[in-house]
Write a protein that binds this ligand. Structure first.
Ligand SMILES: [Zn+2]
Length: 221
């Protein structure tokens, strides 16, 4: 069992004054033993017996799965954007990374929502390695989220660290909390967007971005 370094549990909030993502410490992280005990309780709550053979290792597996589902809490997304390149031969058009697949969990039910993000920015001299945009998406997706907040966090972080002339983020996702419970609606996707700088102020830049994305016909269920 690999014991983790002790650290605080954090909660990401957007500070409304500075528009920055800030991590708020909310207490010491529980032990793996505590986490496995909690899973045993949930198994009993669901109506099964955590001591039967098929479920014996489940609490440990769930705890390990949580490390993967929620690994974004250990990542500082801003760090991905700090290395930039200035030798672009004056490239000053939209940079768009399309169809970044992500898996996240809704913070209301802790069930998956799965979809794609389209992330664009309008460089101001500096560009970043394109894989870094996908890593920023993942760093925020691997947390308990609502899609609206995740959309803002991605856009605000890029805007803040890279300081481009504009940032645009569109996210389309299917929420299993809508298909597996509650209203039980299949085949619907939620689309959210956040436009900053030129994408917000200049209709032609926004139109160009939207035509590059052409976000019709997505199916993520
Ligand atoms: Zn939900």
């Amino acid at each position: 069992m690999n014991e983790q370094k002790p650290r605080s549990t954090v909660s990401d909030e957007i500070d409304s004054a500075s528009n920055q993502v800030v991590s708020v410490p909310v207490g010491k992280k529980p032990s793996r033993e505590d986490a496995e005990g909690a899973v045993r309780t949930l198994i009993r709550w669901a109506g099964d017996n955590p001591d039967r053979e098929g479920l014996l290792d489940t609490p440990a597996r769930v705890a390990r799965a949580y490390e993967e589902f929620y690994k974004g809490y250990d990542i500082d997304p801003r760090a991905y954007l700090e290395k930039t390149f200035e030798e672009t031969d004056g490239y000053d058009e939209i940079v768009l990374l399309k169809d970044i697949r992500f898996e996240s969990h809704c913070e209301h039910h802790m069930v998956p929502f799965i979809g794609r993000a389209h992330v664009a920015y309008l460089p101001d001299r500096r560009v970043v390695g394109i894989s870094k945009l996908a890593r920023v998406v993942d760093a925020f997706a691997k947390r308990m989220q609502i899609q609206e907040k995740m959309t803002s966090q991605i856009a605000n972080t890029i805007d803040d660290v890279l300081e481009p002339r504009g940032v645009a983020v569109i996210i389309e996702a299917a929420h299993q909390c809508m298909t597996m419970r509650g209203v039980h609606k299949h085949g619907v996707s939620l689309v959210t967007s956040r436009m900053l700088g030129a994408f917000r102020d200049d209709p032609s830049t926004r139109r160009e971005f939207l035509s590059m994305v052409d976000h019709s016909g997505g199916n993520f269920s």
